[in-house]
Design a protein around this ligand. Structure first.
Ligand SMILES: Cc1ncc(COP(=O)(O)O)c(C=O)c1O
Length: 391
């Protein structure tokens, strides 16, 4: 079956964060939002159908997952990531961010330290600080247009006795790296050596471009598996973020028990009925849709690269290996973060995610969400070109 990702579906007046709750107009012109990480595409048709069918029944009481739910996750992880996981390892959550908050609560004490690798998804910072811990940054190295982990710096930082946790973003938002097996192994072994637990946020793991392969951290080795918590979700993959469903994989019994106690304390063990249905259905029937989506996103990425390379050469696209988020180096425009934000919003009339919100090293960068129909993408590129040329 062919899916039509070119179709423009209006999201205005649908309680949509991206289209309804950010600045909508400037000087009479609509702003194109290319910000928050969801997609302007309809989800898998089978998912829509299953939700409508269930909604038609009319009773929306307390809900619990059954065998079919777990099987759909296990089959998906095996099929897409060659990762064999056990049913018992899966703990449902209303989201990856709530899960990360609960993980920090469960495995740290106030005053402990948590490592992250900037520039990185900004809720990680908040989760660490709000739970009474201190952020230890192990910034990524930016070498000739590509980001790498800085293992030398990490080695030093892991040694601090109060470092208890490292939050890995794999694939990495916003820089788009799909970490190699070698990188993951090195990171995993260094953390084991220093008794630091790894939380691997793998929410973008299904969205990886050709020639790259996502490797779940827990699939690297048995030792690394026992020292990791893997956050997965169907939400980025199938555009289900509003349904609030994710699955946290904790292979080690002791860690899982401790995490579940924290969930009980926070009364956070229940699941949303429609999220549950969407998750199971998407993992069962969404593979063909996803393959076409990835091809479409790949083309979108190529369109942006070509256009920017030929017509807006002051901007530099960091080649993404995965995710539908493009990290764009705008430093040649010579603006600070706030000036750049204002320029893109008021002159180009595009809303991006500001690079500086991902950490200090993101200053002068913008994150562009390319999960939109190609006509919208082209319109946005034209606007950026005109604004830059008029500088
Ligand atoms: C790396 C990463 N983790 C987590 C989330 C959000 O997860 P959730 O909506 O399940 O809390 C996002 C959304 O953009 C993300 O990019």
């Amino acid at each position: 079956m062919q899916y039509n990702f070119d179709q423009v579906v209006s999201r205005r007046d649908t309680h949509c964060v991206k289209w309804d709750f950010s600045k909508k107009q400037c000087e009479g012109k609509y702003i194109i939002p290319m910000s928050i990480a969801d997609m302007d595409f309809e989800t898998v048709p089978e998912v829509k159908k299953a939700i409508i069918q269930r909604a038609n029944q009319g009773i929306y009481g307390y809900t619990k997952v059954n065998e079919g739910y777990y099987e759909s996750i296990m089959n998906w992880m095996m099929k897409r990531h060659s990762w064999e996981l056990k049913k018992d390892w899966i703990v449902v959550s209303s989201g990856v961010v709530p899960a990360i908050n609960n993980i920090i609560k469960a495995f740290t004490h106030p005053g402990d330290k948590v490592i992250l690798q900037s520039p990185v998804y900004y809720p990680f910072y908040k989760a660490i600080v709000r739970n009474g811990c201190a952020i230890v940054d192990n910034p990524l190295k930016f070498v000739q247009g590509k980001y790498y982990m800085d293992f030398k710096d990490l080695e030093h930082k892991l040694k601090h006795p109060r470092v208890k946790l490292l939050i890995l973003c794999s694939p990495h938002n916003p820089v788009g790296r799909v970490w190699t097996g070698e990188e993951l192994r090195k990171l995993g072994e260094m953390c084991i050596k220093n008794n630091v637990l790894i939380v691997s946020d793998e929410i973008h793991s299904d969205l990886v471009y050709k020639n790259y392969k996502h490797i779940p951290l827990a699939a690297i080795s048995n030792d690394i598996r026992e020292n990791s918590i893997i956050c997965t979700a169907p939400s980025k993959t199938f555009n289900l973020a509003g349904l609030q469903v994710s699955n946290i994989i904790i292979p080690k019994d002791k860690l899982r028990r401790e995490y579940i106690i924290q969930l009980e304390n926070a009364a956070a063990l229940s699941i949303n009925l429609f999220g549950m249905i969407a998750c199971e259905t998407a993992y069962k029937y969404g593979e063909g849709w996803l393959d076409q989506l990835i091809d479409y996103l790949y083309e979108n990425k190529e369109v942006v690269k070509k256009y920017v390379g030929e017509r807006i050469p002051k901007l530099k696209i960091i080649e993404p290996e995965g995710t539908y988020l493009l990290w764009i180096d705008c430093r040649e425009l010579g603006m600070n973060g706030m000036e750049l934000k204002d320029f893109m919003l008021t002159r180009a009339k595009i809303q991006f995610n500001e690079g500086f919100t991902f950490g200090k090293s993101g200053e002068g960068f913008e994150r562009m969400n390319i999960a939109c129909p190609r006509d919208v993408l082209r319109e946005a590129l034209g606007r950026i070109e005109e604004a830059v040329n008029n500088l």
